[in-house]
Ligand binder design. Structure first.
Ligand code: PTJ
Length: 262
């Protein structure tokens, strides 16, 4: 599938045969590994990715019913937003740079680098990386501390025009505290998190239980549809039930675990 084209090129040196049954998962893993080597992704990002892989395995490494429904709801929120902002960290930037750039183009919105393990060097590298992928005007370098109330020093940073000034934020792989702090600021918070049990998933307005490498291109594809059909987007959000969606995601994983024919 398209999301892995970049991975195929970057990680070709590790010589994983395309016939390998878990080729795409292994190539994705190497994107994160390369991100760490390049100083863009935090070392802890590898561990976070491993946790994500385990949940993705339970999903069958494909988008389920819950993931599809949550993706549609997130796309509807983004399409209806006045000031949407995409928040990007070190994992998201290496996993789906082009798809996130396509989403920015579809929305005409701001993109901001926001890091859990923030250093000025990482922010710089990630701004450059996202601009090379096609993003414009990437925020994050000039981000005063204290912009997001209730968080400790480094994680409270946000640039003017960034998530602090947004009405709707997409925060893939966000940590639970920041997700809750953004909610406390009155934002509509959309996350992508393969773990439907996480604090982040539960605190969000919409949590897409899917791999970011599949969810980001799907969002970029869906947003124009809801921009053209605002009534459809409004009706979808009226009917959307966040708690029921997370339960459905857990059921899909449990069914696979208990499938006697597996
Ligand atoms: O780049 P930084 O400094 O902002 O750091 C980013 C990480 C991811 C290291 C940091 O935010 C962190 O430690 O995250 P957590 O608390 O480990 O949470 C990561 C969540 O993302 C877990 O619930 C994983 O299941 C989930 N996850 C990992 N990879 C993916 C994913 N969800 C969707 N798609 C993935 N590819």
């Amino acid at each position: 599938m398209a999301p892995f084209k970049q991975g195929r090129r970057r990680a070709a040196r590790v010589e994983i045969p395309e016939s390998h049954p878990r080729y795409e998962s292994l190539m994705t893993r190497h994107l994160v590994e390369d991100g760490v080597k390049a100083g863009m992704t935090a070392a802890a990002g590898l561990i976070a990715h491993g946790r994500g892989e385990a949940f993705d395995y339970l999903l069958g490494e494909s988008t389920g019913v819950a993931g599809r429904a949550a993706t549609a709801a997130a796309a509807a929120h983004l399409a209806l937003a006045q000031r949407p902002v995409l928040s990007i960290n070190g994992n998201a930037a290496v996993l789906a740079p082009q798809a996130l750039a396509a989403l920015q183009r579809a929305l005409g919105c701001r993109v901001e680098i926001n890091l859990f393990y923030r250093t000025p060097e990482r922010v710089d590298k990630l701004v450059t990386h996202m601009e090379a992928a096609g993003c414009t005007d990437v925020l994050g370098r000039d981000a005063p501390a204290g912009a997001i109330p209730g968080l400790s020093h480094e994680r409270s940073r946000s640039s003017p025009g960034g998530v602090v000034d947004a009405d709707v934020v997409l925060v893939p792989l966000e940590d639970g505290d920041r997700c809750a702090a953004l909610k406390d600021m009155g934002k509509t918070v959309l996350v992508v998190d393969l773990n439907p049990l996480s604090r982040t998933a539960r605190a969000a307005d919409v949590s897409i239980t899917d791999n970011l490498v599949r969810a980001a291109p799907a969002l970029a594809d869906l947003v124009p549809r809801y921009q053209r059909n605002r009534d459809e987007a409004l009706a979808l959000l009226e009917a959307y039930d966040h708690e029921a969606n997370l339960l459905q995601a857990r059921r899909e994983m449990a069914e696979r675990l208990l499938d006697a024919d597996f």
